[in-house]
Write a protein that binds this ligand. Structure first.
Ligand SMILES: [Zn+2]
Length: 486
């Protein structure tokens, strides 16, 4: 692996004051895992420097995905008609059907899909801790892929029976000792993979919630991440207000969704510098409420995530575009509904680009290390081919618009994470498998297909409708809140 990479003659998207993004013709020198120099006419410092000609290429900071369940790959394709309640048993709880080995391949596949799409950092809500072997395998796959991650070790509910669907009342005996041990061992993968904590059990008494937050913080975990979806499934209470009242709301907390968050939540989140991750694809489909990324009071603390690559695309280009166009659509519709036209366009491509880059870095507490291209930051870079059919001419006129409005995964030619090339010439480079063997993507794909067959055989044994009913009962959902017309 090269220790020095020189990107010659590219158009570099540089962040300036007030998060303004400007294209600058420049070379970039990567030394080790950091950006060492940005400027004109940089010479290769050593004979073994890898020099990439970036003429007609656009160089962007790597994208940052702040909410993703990375392990789920083998379950792709089955949620196209699912609302949140439909998804819970065959999507979320179905993780209990994964062996630790299945988890490795699912996690590796998820990470590789992200790198293919230019995501270089993910906040992983890893609700896959179904045995003491699951989380270590998932971490190992994350390391193998080369991505940067905060692995949100999760207090996943243990399934004790599928018929009827029943969960253990408390986490298993090994859970806390493993969390403590992993916290001691971190970081993993040469510093790329940090440990975080994923927590959703807000039904617990206050002292138990406080205990978990204090433990995570005393162990030095990078972040605490929680789902927050107000509505008939989880309930109408504010988790933000709850954490504030417990004295726990702080800048290390990232809430996924926060759709329908009341105005007071926005005040509390901004005050605490806690963040939200909007995931437009799943939120729009599954009736979470409208994505909050462009909401005026939440934009300062907003970022974007994929959530479920089993239900929708796993890349941040799609999330940036969807968040922007959905917000514009909602704004425009207010005028259309009363027979008017808006005079001006609301929301910019630059804001969308920032949600996927520097604002994601702020959400994960790493704005001084990632999220923009600057000397001293980690070399997490995405190189687009501006002469592709999709990007041609667009990058000449407005490179940020070319990325947000025109680019697809296909246009991403090279991805560098932590100074290492992980995608080159439009193709993912080999990774280490379960036993350290070198695998091409097609080998990983073969493993995923084998694993999917095994998991699907287990899924077929389960009555998912009965599981859904049991979830409604045990989570105290009211039947009258689920209707097909108003
Ligand atoms: Zn989620």
């Amino acid at each position: 692996m090269p220790t020095t990479i020189l990107l010659k003659n590219g158009t570099v998207l540089l962040h300036g004051e007030n998060d303004h993004v400007a294209p600058v013709k420049a070379d970039i020198l990567v030394s080790g895992n950091k950006i060492a120099q940005i400027g004109p006419d940089i010479s290769a410092p050593a004979a073994d420097t890898v020099v990439l000609d970036c003429t007609a290429k656009l160089i962007s900071p790597g994208f940052i995905d702040t909410h993703h369940h990375v392990w789920q790959t083998q379950l792709k394709g089955r949620h196209a008609y699912h609302l949140l309640l439909d998804y819970l048993a065959p999507g979320n709880t179905a993780g209990a059907l994964f062996t630790a080995e299945d988890t490795f391949w699912g996690q590796l596949g998820g990470c590789m899909e992200m790198i293919d799409g230019g995501t270089t950092m993910v906040l992983d809500h890893a609700h896959i801790t179904h045995s003491p072997d699951h989380a270590p395998k998932a971490i190992s796959a994350t390391v193998s892929s080369g991505i940067r991650s905060v692995f949100g070790y999760c207090e996943t509910a243990t399934v004790t029976s599928w018929t009827p669907l029943t969960f253990a009342a408390a986490p298993p005996d090994w859970f806390v000792p493993q969390l403590v041990e992993l916290a001691k061992q971190q970081p993993f993968g040469d510093g790329r993979v940090l440990l975080g904590f994923a927590f959703d059990s807000y039904f617990l008494p206050k002292e138990m919630v406080v205990e978990r937050f204090e433990r995570a913080r005393s162990l030095g975990l990078q972040l605490i991440t929680s789902h927050y979806v107000r509505g008939p499934i989880i309930g109408q209470h504010s988790v933000v207000e709850m954490l504030e009242s417990y004295g726990l709301l702080s800048s290390d907390v990232v809430f996924s969704h926060a759709s329908s968050a009341p105005p007071n939540d926005a005040i509390l989140l901004n005050k605490a510098n806690a963040h939200v991750s909007a995931t437009p694809d799943t939120e729009l489909q599954m009736a979470h409420g409208f994505p909050v990324a462009f909401r005026d009071d939440l934009f300062p603390v907003a970022s974007l995530g994929v959530d479920c690559h089993t239900s929708n695309s796993g890349d941040m280009l799609t999330q940036m575009r969807l968040a922007l166009q959905a917000a514009r659509g909602m704004h425009n519709e207010k005028f259309v509904a009363v027979g008017k036209n808006p005079w001006t366009m609301k929301h910019t491509v630059e804001q969308a680009f920032n949600l996927g880059t520097i604002k994601g870095a702020r959400a994960v507490g790493m704005a001084d290390q990632i999220g923009s291209i600057a000397v001293g930051k980690f070399a997490d870079l995405v190189i687009f081919d501006t002469e592709s059919p999709a990007m041609i001419c667009g990058a000449e006129h407005d490179p940020v618009a070319a990325v947000v409005m025109h680019a697809s995964v296909r246009d991403i030619e090279t991805v560098i994470v932590d100074g290492q090339i992980r995608k080159s010439g439009g193709k993912l480079l080999p990774v280490a498998g379960l036993n350290g063997e070198q695998l091409e993507w097609k080998d990983v794909a073969k493993k995923l297909l084998e694993s999917r067959v095994r998991i699907e055989a287990e899924v077929q044994k389960i009555d998912m409708e009965s599981a859904k009913s049991r979830l409604m009962e045990s989570w105290h959902m009211k039947q009258e809140n689920f209707v097909d017309s108003l």
